[in-house]
Design a protein around this ligand. Structure first.
Ligand code: AMP
Ligand code: ZN
Length: 136
């Protein structure tokens, strides 16, 4: 996708209105339009990169610092009981907008949301084969 067609570029640049919680030179932080829970927040770098693979190191580091700051703000203001930090890469992983973003999803006791996977039960040998595949 070209940057000119990217909706998150337009939102980050302020060309499309959004529920902005915070803005600085590098980032805009907005409320998700289809929130999983009350206060579901998105951290958008203003510079376009499609996903984590392409993200500059410095932006990655700053994004995580900002995630911590926003998590503390959400905890303080919304009194959530927990929070999921989610980041999807690729359609198969649930990414629907090809502009890197972090989800901050406040969690409340009994909110009924599911942001989980079904664990499998590989043997030690299978785990070791995966470890080798990744490290060798
Ligand atoms: P992902 O599936 O990780 O790519 O996340 C995309 C997120 O962007 C979804 O949670 C959508 O609800 C949200 N979203 C899409 N368009 C907008 C928009 N214009 N303003 C705010 N959030 C949006
Ligand atoms: Zn973009």
């Amino acid at each position: 996708m070209k940057k000119e067609d990217c909706i998150f570029c337009k939102i980050a640049a302020g060309e499309i209105p959004s529920g902005t919680l915070y803005e600085d030179e590098q980032f805009r932080v907005i409320l998700d339009l289809g929130p999983a829970t009350k206060g579901h927040t998105l951290i958008l770098p203003k510079e376009h990169t499609a996903n984590l693979y392409e993200l500059p190191d410095e932006t990655a580091a700053e994004a995580m610092k900002l995630a911590k700051k926003m998590a503390l703000l959400l905890k303080d203001k919304l009194h959530c009981d927990g929070l999921n930090l989610v980041q999807n890469n690729g359609e198969v992983a649930g990414q629907t907008v090809s502009h890197f973003h972090l989800h901050l999803i406040p969690r409340y006791k009994g909110d009924g949301q599911k942001i989980n996977w079904v664990p499998s039960e590989p043997s030690r040998e299978e785990l070791e084969a995966v470890r080798k595949e990744i490290t060798e």
